[in-house]
Design a protein around this ligand. Structure first.
Ligand code: ZN
Length: 592
């Protein structure tokens, strides 16, 4: 293998230009020293929030402080990721992280003070013309107020909050640090220790024995500790259920969804729409079994590639052109911003010594939305480029159209723009593919994406809902109960072409997301929105999509999506996404 180049040897045009953030390290230091002054300025409003003018100024001061922290932090971590071995860069990240968590403690009085105002005073603030701009934020706080308990009760909860975090903390210590997985033999007969990191790679092996050994190896460990994992899960879910009950929510689900003001029907109709559309997934598994020459698939036969990756080297210039052409249907305005990403050096392109691995989009308000890549030049890395550009350009439009206060979009919509770009790229490459093999690879790419993100995450969402409902009904979440329910659900989703190994019943124990309080469904709704939007864009309708990119956090996410033409209060977006999946499965069958 060739040695990676040193950062200092990279051509400058292949690296990002961080000077719009800070021209020099000294300029960063200077801003860093100003932070405490901004904290003092904000804290002078403490105890004065019932006055509309004071509250207005407090909002401004709070935003000025968090923007300053964001800018300092962004520069520090981008610089540090260029070369993770550089200790001066690392020190900057540590400094800003430590100071910002200290500031978090010093400024935590703000929301509780607003929440504790008497009803009449709070209503007056909502009506105050001075605070018109902040009405949306005040309404959000007002929604929480209904579920705020007495001062004494809140104090008890606050004091015990750390103890409530024990199940999740213990789960991650157990899962990430203490578990020891067995040794298995790889394709060449070499012994390797199974880990979270190599497990999926092993499942992708074309050697069935390797896949089976990896699967059996992982679940021998989870199965052996099933009672410990179940006890942690039971405690976690019980925390959510008890908290929701104390705060007078109808259920733990309603409590979690209230954060983004999402109707319960959105969650439930996702599950029922997926149930209605399981057949294309079952067809896909039957086709997969046939192609792999198996009577029935087992759970460890789902990840190995059906179509091998096209050995295609895409030089950077070609990748840039591909992405530009693929995203051309988004129109001229989008195209102009896209061009800036390349000409204004938003992107850090090649791999080099010490650079952080993987890819991400990151930046701060009003500054370039940077992209870190490790562009390897295969087809997958072009998809990564399109994906991260989706995030960055979404941030660019949100920032441009909104005040800092409402610029940051919510997690519910965070993966929509990135996934839309991937679907558009797949469509473009498919229309221009020269060989059957290339077409099959591209179709399979989308199929895998939908299987993993839409079907699988909805199965998780359904399991999560079951756990919370059973816990609320007083059914203890024992290992046997969780495993039996998980196995049942897994059978329903995978259909007759899959004869699952019994050990799949322990998969619930391995998934960290089950400790995150109704998080995974957002992956499923995100990809559905992207599928619906991509179809519209390809049909020449871009206005709705641009409205979405510009919306930031100016409205509730359900209304933002509705404005873009995607109505999550109906099953239509999910149906549409699953129709696209069904179409791809049919195409794959004809291609192979
Ligand atoms: Zn992403």
């Amino acid at each position: 293998m060739q040695d990676l180049p040193n950062r200092s040897d990279l051509p400058v045009e292949q690296t990002w230009d961080l000077s719009p953030l800070y021209k020099t390290d000294a300029a960063w230091e200077k801003d860093f020293k100003k932070l405490r002054g901004l904290v003092r300025k904000f804290n002078q409003y403490k105890g004065k929030l019932s006055d509309p003018q004071m509250l207005y100024e407090a909002f401004r001061a709070s935003d000025a402080l968090s923007l300053a922290i964001e800018r300092l932090y962004t520069f520090a971590h981008l610089r540090s990721d260029e070369d993770t071995g550089n200790s001066a860069n690392r020190a900057r990240v540590d400094c800003i992280s430590a100071l910002s968590s200290e500031i978090g403690g010093d400024t935590a009085w703000f929301e509780p003070e607003l929440s504790a105002l008497p009803e009449e005073q709070f209503k007056a603030l909502l009506k105050s013309p001075v605070l018109k701009f902040y009405k949306r934020t005040l309404k959000e706080i007002g929604r929480d107020r209904k579920h705020t308990l007495s001062e004494a009760e809140e104090r008890v909860l606050e004091l015990s909050s750390e103890a409530f975090q024990t199940p999740e903390k213990t789960f991650s210590i157990l899962n990430d640090a203490d578990l020891v997985f067995p040794l298995i033999k790889d394709e060449k007969g070499k012994e390797i220790r199974l880990s979270h990191g190599n497990y999926i790679k092993m499942l992708e092996s074309s050697d069935r024995t390797v896949r089976r050994d990896a699967f059996k190896g992982i679940y021998s460990v989870y199965g052996g500790l099933k009672n410990t994992f179940a006890s942690l899960m039971d405690a976690e879910v019980r925390n959510h259920v008890v908290d929701a009950k104390m705060r007078h929510y109808k259920s733990a689900l309603c409590s979690s969804l209230s954060e983004d003001n999402i109707p319960e029907s959105v969650y439930r109709s996702l599950i029922s729409a997926v149930h209605e559309n399981l057949k294309p997934l079952h067809d896909y598994f039957a086709f997969r079994a046939e192609k792999l020459g198996l009577e029935k698939l087992d759970m460890f036969d789902i990840h190995c590639p059906l179509v091998s990756e096209i050995a295609r080297n895409v030089p950077w210039n070609e990748a840039e052109n591909m992405v530009k052409e693929a995203l051309a249907p988004l129109g001229k305005e989008y195209g102009n911003v896209l061009a800036k990403a390349f000409t204004d050096r938003w992107i850090d392109i090649p791999e080099c010594k010490g650079k952080r691995s993987g890819a991400y989009s990151g930046g701060c308000y009003g500054k370039p939305p940077y992209l870190l890549l490790n562009h390897s030049g295969n087809l997958d890395s072009v998809f990564t480029l399109a994906h991260e550009l989706g995030h960055s350009i979404h941030s660019y439009f949100s920032d441009r159209s909104n005040d800092y206060h409402y610029a940051g979009y919510k997690i519910f919509v965070a993966e929509v723009a990135s996934t839309t770009n991937e679907i558009l790229l797949q469509h473009y490459l498919l229309s221009n593919a020269k060989s059957q093999a290339e077409k099959a690879y591209l179709v399979n790419y989308l199929i895998d994406m939908f299987r993993g993100t839409l079907y699988r995450q909805t199965m998780f969402a359904e399991f999560e809902l079951m756990m919370h409902e059973h816990s609320a009904d007083g059914i203890p979440l024992t290992a046997d109960h969780l495993s039996a329910e998980y196995y049942k659900l897994n059978t329903l989703y995978h259909g007759n072409a899959v004869a699952p190994d019994q050990d799949i019943q322990y998969e619930w124990a391995r998934i960290p997301h089950f400790h995150y309080d109704f998080y995974v469904y957002k992956y499923a709704t995100g990809i559905s929105a992207a599928a619906a939007l991509a179809q519209k864009i390809l049909a020449g309708e871009t206005e709705g999509y641009l409205r979405f990119l510009n919306a930031g956090d100016s409205k509730d996410v359900i209304d933002i999506m509705k404005d873009a033409g995607v109505d999550f209060t109906t099953p239509a977006p999910i149906d549409e996404a699953l129709k696209l999946f069904a179409k791809q499965v049919e195409t794959l069958k004809t291609l192979m």
